[in-house]
Structure formats: C-alpha cells, structure tokens
Design a protein around this ligand. Structure first.
Ligand code: ATP
Ligand code: LTN
Length: 331
C-alpha cells in the first residue's frame, strides 16, 4: 500500500460538463496524481436526486468517465470508478444518517436552492444528498477533497460528522480538508453573471459546455453580458467583465493583474473574442480526445471494473470498522 495521502473527488453525470466544472474542479484533478493517492468517482447515485432520463443518465456516465481520461486522469495512477458499483457508499450513508440532524441538512444552501428550483420533486434524496457525499469521502480515509466553492458547506458538514463519529465511537475517520482553487472556484453564468454557471441552467447561453463546438462558443461569448462602461478590470460592480477576466486568467495560468494589463484600451468585442479563443484552444483538444476514448467501450468497461475492485477493497475496510464500532455483528 502506498503511504501517500488519499484524495477523493466526484462529479455528477447530470449533463454536459461546463467550463465552470472544468476550471473549478476537473482541470486540477490530474495535477494531484503524483503527490496523492487519488480516487475520482462518477457520482451517479447523487444525480438521481433530480429527475433523470435513464438512457441519458447511462450515456452521461460514460461521457464523464471518458472526459476524466481525456483530461489526463490515468487509471494506472488513479482509481476511477462509478459510485453505484461500490455499494459501501450507500451502506455507510445509512449509518451516518443516524448521527446527522434534520436541522443540519435543511440548512444546506444547495438543498434550499435545488428545492426551490424543483418544487415538484423535493424528495428525501435531495435532502440527504450531503450525507451520501460525506460517505463518499469518509469511506476512503480521505485527507484532501478538491472542489469548487459551492461545495465548501458540504465539506464542513463532512468534517463535523467525521469528528462526531470519532468522539462518539473512538478514532475511525480521517477528518478531510477541502482544496478550493484560489482563482476560478466560482465561475459565473455568462448570461447572468451574479449566479453560478451550472450545467442544469435552462438558459443555454449561460454556460459553455465542454462539448460545445467552436462556433457555439464564439456565439455564446458574443452574447455574454458585460457591464456599462468600457474598462476591462476586475471589480465588485463589474460582474460580467470580472468573470470573463477570471476565465481568461485561469486558462492562461496568469494572474488577474496580468490579464487586466493585456486588455488596456481593448474594446469589449475584441476582449470577448480573445476569451472565446482561449476557451476553444483549451477545450477543442479535450473534446476530440474524449470522442476517441468514448469509441472504445471495451476499454472504458475495463477501467470501471478495475477501479471498482480497487475502491471496494478500501471501502470494505472502513465499513467493517464502522459496523463493528456501532455494535453490528460481523458477518
Ligand atoms: P448541477 O448543475 O447538475 O447541480 P454542477 O454544475 O453544480 O451540477 P457538480 O457535478 O455538482 O456540477 O459539480 C462538480 C464540481 O464542479 C464540484 O467540485 C463543483 O464545486 C464544481 N463546480 C460546479 N459549478 C462550478 C462553477 N460555476 N465554478 C467553479 N466550480 C464549479
Ligand atoms: N456534491 C458534489 C459532487 C460530489 C463530490 C463527492 C465532490 C459527490 N460526492 C465527494 C467531492 C467529494 C458536487 O459537486 N455537487
């Protein structure tokens, strides 16, 4: 067994991955592979908390796995698997449910947002979503969890529950730390730059998806909301421009100040096209590679079988410990 610290993260196969998911989470994943023992999961059980078309969900799941590979995740270095293939996630969630309070879950921002967006389907799973996420993380004795800023509250809950279990039953879980990138942890909608870019946004002009073709990307950038005035600077009252500068800076690996300098005296129209260019330059190769990878179903299934086997081995170890500590009789 390696003595590297463990890292875990997951993305839901709820649709086309956006530029927000990429900048806030996915693009960082491959950079951890040498330093950490990385586990990257396609969290399909989480996506069931909002209505899914079954055939589409299956398609999205393979797409996301292919995207993981296209973004440089290497199955020889990292464990890649589908959450529902390791039943220990749901089993641990049941135990952790018994030490989580309804009050804690009803206060979660994501629960409140999603309940107001899906008023006809405020199901128990939506409320319990964070406990399943806590289980994903604690099952692997995870030290570090790379996420976007919107998941910070769920990480705080994870730490609270780990600590609660450890004090009630003796040390069992590693208490994890979040890794939230300094820049780009919250990419905003292009159409409404005061709300987060989200793959489930009804307004498709709000997000860039990693499957968008070059023309679509240029069109979406052209219609991106900017602000009055003509200065290209990052400022609290310039949400649209600040968001585009953030995208430009993160994708070029430069600071915001350097990005601002590059656009002194440039028009909004030219600025937007420069942002479109760097987006295309970044995602076009990923899109093509993903399609190639997707064509070899046999290889994807092999990655999944190997990944699930490795994950199950680690998960089983933690779950048996937990079952024993709470007083269940060992099988
Ligand atoms: P949905 O819209 O279906 O709820 P989502 O777009 O929020 O989904 P998730 O699968 O829930 O995507 O998130 C995957 C990762 O991407 C998480 O680490 C999350 O914090 C990050 N992320 C999501 N949206 C953004 C964003 N706009 N900017 C930066 N990071 C983001
Ligand atoms: N809730 C996360 C997805 C997720 C996750 C995880 C992220 C589920 N389980 C474990 C990190 C670690 C989201 O991004 N919406």
């Amino acid at each position: 067994m390696s003595d590297k610290k463990r890292l875990f993260s997951g993305i839901q196969p709820t649709g086309n991955i956006t530029l927000g998911n990429y900048i806030g989470a996915l693009r960082n994943f491959s950079t951890f592979q040498d330093e950490f023992d990385c586990i990257y999961c396609v969290v399909d059980l989480h996506s069931l908390t909002v209505r899914q078309n079954p055939a589409q969900l299956r398609k999205n799941t393979y797409e996301l796995l292919a995207l993981y590979l296209a973004c440089g995740l290497d199955p020889a270095k990292s464990t890649l698997f589908i959450q529902s293939h390791v039943s220990e996630h749901a089993e641990l969630a049941w135990i952790l449910n018994t030490i989580t309070y309804v009050g804690e879950l009803s206060r979660m921002t994501q629960f409140k947002d999603k309940s107001s967006k899906h008023q006809d389907n405020i199901n128990m799973g939506l409320m319990d979503y964070p406990v399943l996420m806590v289980s994903d993380i604690l099952l692997y004795q995870t030290a570090l969890v790379p996420i976007g800023a919107d998941q910070k509250q769920h990480l705080e809950l994870t730490r609270d529950i780990a600590h609660r279990f450890n004090t009630s039953y003796s040390d069992t879980f590693v208490v994890p730390e979040p890794f939230i990138p300094k820049a780009g942890a919250r990419i905003m909608s292009l159409a409404e730059p005061t709300s987060k870019m989200s793959k489930s946004d009804e307004n498709i002009k709000g997000f860039i998806s990693l499957t968008d073709d070059d023309e679509t990307i240029r069109r979406k950038l052209k219609s991106a909301v900017t602000d009055s005035g003509n200065e290209i600077v990052a400022r609290d009252d310039k949400h649209g421009v600040t968001n585009l500068l953030t995208i430009y800076a993160t994708l070029n690996n430069i600071t915001m100040q350097e990005a601002e300098k590059a656009f002194v005296g440039v028009s909004y129209a030219d600025f937007k096209m420069a942002v479109a260019d760097i987006i295309i330059e970044t995602i076009a190769p990923i899109r093509e590679l993903k399609n190639e990878i997707l064509a070899d179903k046999g290889n994807l299934d092999k990655v999944l079988t190997d990944g699930a086997e490795r994950a199950r081995f680690m998960a089983r170890k933690t779950l048996s410990k937990v079952y024993k500590k709470v007083g269940l009789i060992q099988r």
